[in-house]
Write a protein that binds this ligand. Sequence first.
Ligand code: ADP
Ligand code: ASP
Ligand code: MG
Length: 401
Amino acid sequence: MNLIVMKFGGSSVANAARLERAAERIVSAYHSGACVVAVVSAQGDTTDELIKKAGEISPRPPKREMDVLLSAGEQISMSLLAMAIEKEGVAAISLTGWQAEIFTDGTYGNARIQRVIGERITRELDDKKIVIVAGFQGIDKRDNITTLGRGGSDTTAVSIAAALRANICEIYTDVDGIYTADPRIVENAYKLPEISYDEMLELASLGANVLHNRSVEMAMKYGVPLAVRSSFNESEGTIVKEVSKVEKMYVRGVTRDNDAARVTLFGLERGSGKIFDVFELLARKEINVDIILMANNADGSTDLSFTVAESQLGTSLDILEKNADFIGAKRIESDENLAKVSVVGAGMASNPGVAAMAFGAMSDAGIDISMISTSEIKISMIVAEKDAERGVNALHEKFLR
Ligand code: ADP
Ligand code: ASP
Ligand code: MG
């Protein structure tokens, strides 16, 4: 069976005209002989609007009900798309995450897909229908609706492609592929014809929201060929796959993530195991710590800095302040106005000069780096949020011009 999964993001289904355009594209793939599963996001800013509505009722709405609310966005677009396809003369059926048998764990707001059964989808495809599945949602083992985290419809699409062994998973969006940097930030960013799963996973995890990072993780795990294409034109797009041939580029992309905050604990007792206690407390609250920096002071004490997502800063400070006596820090400080800028490329491992070049580019731009973290395929730097865009541009100029 030649099966294509086509995912349409929020801007690609934002109004009637765009829905019709998506429908035409889907129907044209169907007429060329493919079985098609289409995955949709909520229309335009629907998800943000629903979040706002919840906020008007309660500052801390129950997470379960939040997921029930947000899943409604995709249910609107899936039915409208089915109608648009039927109008083109092809039978279509829309399915919620539950009807499509997408099973997740029970983490409301950030659930992980555990299993996609796909029997219902396959039955409908056998009936010659185009199947439309609501993105971003699933069901846990107690039959509660869950959502997969912002941008999660990409992951729905890839999980279905993996379960049904689709030939390709196409992500239709408002850019015509994956660029060397977010084209909204870097004017002369250019489109990559292809990129490896590893590099794309790193870029997505470091802030390039063109793909949900879990979708890339899953595509890599199950070997699903992934294409990112424009829903507004016919341009070729970018293929994400195992190995990319463009080996000459040792840096493939530059990205930034404004969702970074730092906590600093001053004056910890050195060698007392307090560092372990700090991270143990945070781990118990499921707080993900990113970059860690330690500095030993002349007086024998240690200062400890680490970064977390901005949304987790409040909880981090709460737990540390509650345990301040136990940890024994002299002072706790935090800073939210930070960002992480990163350079990513699989060829970096064999080019030792990259780090020096990156720091040089930032210094030439007059940007202060406060923390650094590196791996085989990336260098990340924490800077002031106000400097992040300039930093991305400086790095792009240095490596990708
Ligand atoms: P959708 O609603 O279709 O899922 P998203 O807004 O989630 O669309 O993702 C598309 C956006 O990702 C683009 O408009 C672009 O601004 C942004 N983006 C960030 N980094 C990149 C990149 N490296 N290449 C292309 N687009 C990027
Ligand atoms: N509608 C959800 C969001 O806005 C999921 C998605 O678009 O992928 O985050
Ligand atoms: Mg998206």
